[in-house]
Design a protein around this ligand. Structure first.
Ligand SMILES: N[C@@H](CCC(=O)N[C@@H](CS)C(=O)NCC(=O)O)C(=O)O
Length: 292
C-alpha cells in the first residue's frame, strides 16, 4: 500500500494482505467460520465479551446494578478473544449475528433472550431492573438521545479517527484531518453538555454516562490511541471533570477489570464468575499462586 492515488477497480476485490492492525480478523462476509459452542455458567446473565470500550460499558452496568442490590444481575463474563477469531465461532454468531463483542444471553427468561449491540444491552438491563434510566418521560427521552448519540458517534471516533490515527499501516492527511475535526466537534458537544449538567443526561447518573464514558473518558485521559495531546484534551475541562468523577466509582473500577487481558496484572480479571473473583482471580494473584 502507498500514498499513490487510488483508482477503484470496476468491482472491489478482497486484498487479504492489506496490512494494518486487525487486518487478520476483518472479512467482507458474515457468518461463522467454525463450530464452537459457548460456555454457560451458573448465573442468570451470560456475557461474552472483552474489555474494550464497548465491552466495558456492559460490565460497568452489571457491576452498578449489583452495587444497587439487584441480585438478578449476577453474571458470568466469558472471555472472547477477538484477535483470535472467537467472535466467528458458531455459538457466538448464534448470540450475535454481527460477530462483535459484547453479546449477552439472559437465561432467566424462557426461552433465553439473546441481546447484542452494547446500547441495546444497556437499555435491556436498565428496563429489566428499572435502574439507571429516568422514569419521567422527558428525562427518559433525554437519556435515550444521548445513548443513541453515543452509538452513532463512537464509530467516527473508533473506526474513523482511531483507525487512521493509530492503526492504519501508513498515515494519510485526508482521513486524519476529517476524523479529527469530527472527534473534536464531538468532544465540544460533550463539554458544553457537561458544562451545564453534572451527568450527561442531567442530574442523575444513567446509561448515557455508562455508554459514553468508556470511549470519551478514555480518549481525554490518553487511554486509547495516545491522542490526548494531538486533540488538546486538556481544553475539554468539563469532560475531564466528569471523567475523573466517574472513574472513582467502585463499580466502574470493577467493570473495567472484567475480561481485560492487557495492562497491569492486578487489574486483569480474565473471566468473572463470582463477586469474590475480584479479590482472588486477578492475574497478579493467579500468577503468584502458580509460582508457589
Ligand atoms: N456497535 C457495536 C460495536 C461492537 C464492536 O465494534 N466490537 C468490537 C470490539 S470493540 C469487536 O468485537 N470487533 C471484532 C470484529 O470486528 O471482528 C456495539 O456497540 O456493541
Amino acid at each position: 500500500m502507498s500514498n499513490d492515488i487510488y483508482t477503484p477497480p470496476k468491482v472491489w476485490e478482497w486484498d487479504q494482505e492489506n496490512g494494518g492492525a486487525f487486518a487478520k480478523i476483518n472479512r467482507p462476509v458474515a457468518g461463522p467460520t467454525h463450530e464452537k459452542e459457548l460456555p454457560v455458567g451458573q448465573h442468570p446473565l451470560q456475557l461474552y465479551s472483552l474489555a474494550t470500550p464497548n465491552g466495558v460499558k456492559v460490565t460497568i452496568m452489571l457491576e452498578e446494578l449489583l452495587a444497587l442490590g439487584k441480585t438478578g444481575a449476577e453474571y458470568d463474563a466469558h472471555l472472547i478473544k477477538i484477535t483470535e477469531g472467537d467472535q466467528f465461532g458458531s455459538g457466538f454468531v448464534g448470540v450475535n449475528p454481527n460477530s462483535k463483542i459484547p453479546a449477552m444471553l439472559d437465561n432467566s427468561t424462557s426461552p433465553s433472550t439473546r441481546i447484542f449491540e452494547s446500547g441495546s444491552i444497556l437499555l435491556y438491563l436498565a428496563e429489566k431492573f428499572q435502574a439507571f434510566i429516568p422514569s419521567d418521560p422527558a428525562k427518559r427521552t433525554e437519556c435515550l438521545c444521548w445513548l443513541f448519540w453515543q452509538m452513532g458517534s463512537a464509530p467516527m471516533l473508533g473506526g474513523g479517527f482511531g483507525h487512521f490515527y493509530a492503526y492504519a499501516p501508513e498515515k494519510y492527511a485526508y482521513p486524519i484531518n476529517r476524523y479529527t475535526m469530527e472527534v473534536k466537534r464531538q468532544l465540544d458537544v460533550l463539554d458544553r453538555q457537561l458544562g451545564e449538567n453534572r451527568y450527561i443526561a442531567g442530574d442523575d447518573y444513567s446509561i448515557a454516562d455508562i455508554a459514553i464514558w468508556p470511549w470519551y473518558g478514555a480518549l481525554v485521559t490518553n487511554k486509547v490511541y495516545e491522542a490526548a495531546e494531538f486533540l488538546e484534551a486538556h481544553k475539554y475541562k468539563n469532560v475531564l471533570r466528569w471523567t475523573h468523577e466517574l472513574e472513582q466509582r467502585p463499580a466502574v473500577k470493577r467493570g473495567r477489570m472484567v475480561n481485560r487481558t492487557w495492562g497491569d496484572p492486578a487489574e486483569q480479571l480474565h473471566e468473572r464468575h463470582d463477586a469474590s473473583d475480584f479479590e482472588t482471580k486477578t492475574q497478579d494473584k493467579l500468577g503468584a499462586s502458580a509460582e508457589q
